[in-house]
Design a protein around this ligand. Structure first.
Ligand SMILES: Nc1ncnc2c1ncn2[C@@H]1O[C@H](COP(=O)(O)OP(=O)(O)O)[C@@H](O)[C@H]1O
Ligand SMILES: [Mg+2]
Length: 227
């Protein structure tokens, strides 16, 4: 079973919630799924995990892996790893990320790794999220939104993955902010990229495990995701 890197066309497109929904669904399919957020950033939470994303992902997968493995580096600033490095003098450690990923991969059947921002979020000079995906040697799933303008962002993301020769498992449309008619968007993205749209997720009111499982099972082609 292949691990997946969940990237997105931008920050706030729903990477965390889509990754959580997938983790819950895989878990309910009796797959031992682990999660990872290599770099997280923002104001640290006062209780529990420093990063809210890490908390959401760990709860979704119901794992008890240590925070330092799931999220090897946390930057207490809302910025890319590169900017955090320049401002806070905390250098992003790629070997640490890769060794943590290897350890977690040995513990679980499959890993879901949430990216940060988009594909060209800088980590080091000339080293982007795309380089990290390439070094992890796993395929990616691209999360897009449904707002007008998403086609441009999705095509740029797909082209960047292709430039780095990263296999793209599929696209998931997070249809939470509407705008583009969803069937048209799905057709346009598939025709323009040749990549399968694995499904679209509506606006979710109830974020409980049961609700996410129901929504993801109904709307996502899990078989293609796992192929
Ligand atoms: N399908 C959805 N339904 C309702 N709210 C959503 C949905 N997807 C994302 N959100 C909300 O949008 C915000 C950004 O989503 P998030 O998953 O954190 O994005 P990212 O990880 O890409 O930065 C969150 O506050 C989340 O609650
Ligand atoms: Mg996130």
């Amino acid at each position: 079973m292949k691990s997946l890197f969940i990237t997105g066309t931008d920050t706030d497109v729903g990477k965390t919630y889509i990754t959580a929904g997938l983790a819950i669904t895989l878990r309910k399919m009796s797959i031992d799924v682990g999660v990872m957020k290599p770099f997280a950033a923002g104001v640290a939470q006062k209780k529990g995990f420093k990063s809210e994303d890490v908390e959401i992902l760990s709860n979704a997968a119901q794992i008890n892996d240590s925070e330092t493995l799931v999220n090897p580096q946390f930057f207490p600033i809302s910025a890319s790893p590169y900017t955090a490095w320049k401002k806070l003098k905390i250098k992003p450690k790629i070997p640490l990320i890769l060794s943590s990923f290897k350890k977690l991969s040995k513990k679980h059947d499959m890993m879901l790794v949430e990216g940060m921002g988009g594909t060209l979020t800088p980590i080091l000079k000339n080293y982007y999220i795309t380089n990290l995906i390439k070094d992890m040697k796993i395929p990616t799933v691209i999360v897009t939104r449904s707002k007008v303008g998403t086609v441009n962002h999705t095509l740029m993301t797909v082209m960047m993955c292709q430039k780095y020769k990263i296999p793209i498992k599929g696209i998931i449309i997070n249809n939470f902010d509407k705008g583009y008619p969803i069937n048209q968007l799905k057709k346009d993205l598939e025709n323009l990229t040749g990549i399968k749209v694995l499904g679209s997720i509506p606006f979710i009111k109830d974020m409980s495990d049961q609700s996410l499982y129901r929504i993801f099972k109904k709307n996502i082609d899990m078989k293609s995701l796992l192929q």
